[in-house]
Design a protein around this ligand. Structure first.
Ligand SMILES: [Zn+2]
Length: 259
């Protein structure tokens, strides 16, 4: 079943719907990434201003638009609302749009959109707390396993490779913590790498590794030179490379075959 079976509208219409849906899920991602590490209820709780605690009204919750009209401030206490919120909403709109562009089969599309929500939430939580919640990693692993199954079909292969990579990552984390005093990758990063191994066929996994490694190296060196930081969160870089590899999988396989 594809999007065309739901309604016979041009692809462009689906892209617009995906962008709007992405904006809405962008505010959901913001709420989830704020409430989950703090142990707050993220299903029933009303959104509040983190500075003054005032419950936000519907007109404060329109993605991007509210932020612009309120001039990046809370209407009650005038504290600054970070540009991160509208940027998250725009990022989700871009990811949702690229997913619809890539795949119109409903099962795969749904799993891709779920993966986008989880990956961006994980990336934000990692940037803030340097941790990756296991609950979200488990949901992402399940979505990626199903994507592998619907995609290339060789789920058993994916499960074995994914487990091996995660295991290797965990051993590296433990060994470097003992020998060097600090792990070169975190346990959460090891699981995330394993999830990439589960999601991507081997031919694409190479490209993913090169992308994540290259991007990570550039960012790591950049942050060290510019801000003197020695550690940087690897997970957001890895999820960016994973998303790109998932969505452009067929193009990447074609590209690698030509080399
Ligand atoms: Zn306020």
């Amino acid at each position: 079943m594809t999007l065309a079976d739901i309604a016979d509208v041009p692809q462009a219409a689906w892209v617009v719907i995906a962008a709007l849906l992405g904006l809405i899920f962008g505010s959901f991602v913001t709420a989830l990434s704020y409430r989950l590490p703090r142990g707050e209820d993220f299903v029933n709780a009303r959104s509040k201003c983190p500075a003054c605690g005032t419950s936000l009204a519907a007109r404060d919750l329109i993605p991007v638009v509210s932020w612009i009209f309120n001039r990046a401030r809370c209407r009650v206490c005038a504290s600054v609302v970070s540009v991160r919120y509208p940027l998250t909403e725009i990022l989700m709109a871009v990811l949702f749009t690229s997913a619809v562009w890539h795949d119109t089969r409903l099962a795969e599309l749904g799993l891709l959109l779920l993966s986008a929500v989880i990956m961006v939430t994980l990336a934000i939580i990692d940037l803030e707390t340097r941790r990756l919640p296991m609950s979200l990693l488990a949901i992402l692993a399940l979505a990626c396993a199903l994507l592998r199954w619907f995609g290339s079909g060789d789920l058993a292969h994916g499960l074995i490779i994914g487990a091996l990579i995660a295991g290797l990552g965990l051993v590296t984390a433990t060994a470097t913590r003992i020998w060097l005093g600090a792990p070169i990758i975190g346990a959460g990063d090891a699981y995330a790498l394993g999830i990439a191994g589960l999601a991507l066929p081997w031919a694409v996994f190479d490209v993913f590794l090169a992308m994540a490694g290259g991007l990570g190296l550039a960012l790591g060196v950049g942050l060290r030179v510019v801000r003197g930081e020695r550690m940087f969160p690897f997970a957001p870089v890895m999820f960016a490379a994973l998303w790109f590899s998932l969505v452009f999988q067929e193009q990447l396989i074609g590209l690698v075959a030509e080399l």
